[in-house]
Design a protein around this ligand. Structure first.
Ligand SMILES: Cc1cc2nc3c(=O)[nH]c(=O)nc-3n(C[C@H](O)[C@H](O)[C@H](O)COP(=O)(O)O)c2cc1C
Length: 359
């Protein structure tokens, strides 16, 4: 079967991946209420297109943090991509670079951030999880800067890991070859037997993440890097204003793909109020549930400069490695172009608030 849409890529990935790995990627926290909201939110938003506009050429490109990208979709940070395919993040980097957009590389990548940067020349941001030890965090930031990353994207919604019940049910554990290679000592994990490794990994991640993070740490991160800082995981106007006051360059409105606090709203549902609260003081991105070109156009109309794509490219990776990621990004690009044309928008700039409603 040659998938004709992202949902069919998910079906293919389900066939190719182990149950454990598929559920790790697909699942959300607790009752997966927020996970479901991420899709339902887009389904409720209606499009109100203008007609008789010349759309013989449609320019899908846009600019994020001063970087021209081919379409307003960035590749979201996802951990442990070798769970989906042995080429993991290297394949994603090559496909994203060829597609002309930005890859955000996870702290918990299964290759070293240096190797991912070297795999393909395209623009990349480094997604940072703050470690308990400031020195370890600083080292990650310095390595990212040295390797040519263009921004630090600090994830702020993981003070603790959400409770992913599919993983509990499946007794999910990382296969021995899947290791968070950004940490020197991580290779030791594979020396442990399966059962011990599971608890060890949970303990390792809990031990790694700093659950005492505050706005002071954001100021500290800004002080140790020349790179622009992006905060990922903002859901309220109050926090968005604080981020703007602190001088961060961009925020990602995100509920972490429904994987953290269950019961929070879909990012796209709080997007209009947050975009209004910060104006043009920070660039506003949103993620969660983007599966169609029309979803991207809806997010733009509601005030986002661009969106992040999570699970769909992981499905592409699982289905067919680099070629699969390329196909997913191409498919979404073509859908964005078609949606813009049918909305009467010859460019991303032509998208305005009047394009969307709720009827
Ligand atoms: C398997 C998986 C791993 C993820 N790992 C990370 C991560 O390491 N860091 C991070 O900031 N977000 C992580 N996320 C969240 C994504 O960056 C993004 O917010 C979310 O997937 C967007 O929703 P979508 O999957 O519906 O597109 C992960 C998401 C998934 C599905």
């Amino acid at each position: 079967m040659d998938p004709v849409n992202i949902s069919e890529f998910e079906t293919l990935a389900r066939e190719r991946m182990s149950r454990q790995a598929f559920d790790y990627v697909a699942g959300g926290a607790d009752d997966e209420i927020t996970l479901a909201k991420n899709r339902a939110a887009f389904e409720r938003i209606t499009l109100h297109p203008r007609v008789l506009v010349d759309v013989s050429t449609v320019d899908t490109s846009t600019e994020v943090l001063g970087q021209r990208i081919s379409f307003p979709v960035l590749v979201a940070p996802t951990a442990f991509q070798t769970l989906a395919h042995p080429d993991g993040e290297l394949a994603t980097a090559r496909a994203t670079s060829a597609a002309g957009t930005i890859m955000i590389v996870s702290t918990l990548a299964s290759f070293r951030l240096e190797d991912i940067a070297a795999a393909a020349p395209g623009p990349k941001w480094f997604q940072l999880y703050c470690c308990k030890e400031r020195a370890a965090t600083q080292q990650l930031v310095e390595r990212a800067e040295t390797s040519g990353y263009d921004a630090i994207c600090l994830t702020v919604d993981v003070s603790r890991l959400g409770r992913r019940e599919r993983d509990l049910r499946n007794q999910f554990t990382l296969p021995p070859e899947v290791v968070p290679r950004n940490f020197e000592d991580a290779a030791n994990l594979s020396a442990f037997p399966q059962t011990e490794r599971r608890s060890l990994l949970t303990a390792y991640v809990a031990d790694l993440l700093n659950d005492s993070l505050t706005w002071d740490d954001v100021a500290w991160i800004r002080s140790i890097t020349k790179l622009p800082v992006v905060l990922k995981g903002i859901l309220t106007c109050e926090d968005a204003r604080l981020a703007a006051d602190m001088g961060v360059e961009a925020i990602v409105i995100s509920n972490h793909g429904g994987r953290q606090l269950d019961g929070v709203p879909a990012g796209v549902d709080v997007l209009p109020e947050i975009a209004a609260a910060v104006g043009d003081r920070v660039e506003v991105l949103v993620d969660g549930g983007i599966r169609r070109g029309t979803d991207v156009v809806k997010a733009l109309a509601l005030g986002a400069r661009g969106v992040l794509l999570g699970r769909p490219y992981v499905w592409g990776l699982a289905a067919d490695g680099q070629a699969g990621v390329t196909k997913v990004l191409q498919m979404l690009h073509d859908e964005v172009e078609l949606a813009l044309a049918l909305c009467g928008c010859p460019s991303v700039e032509a998208v305005s608030a009047g394009l969307v409603g709720r009827r």
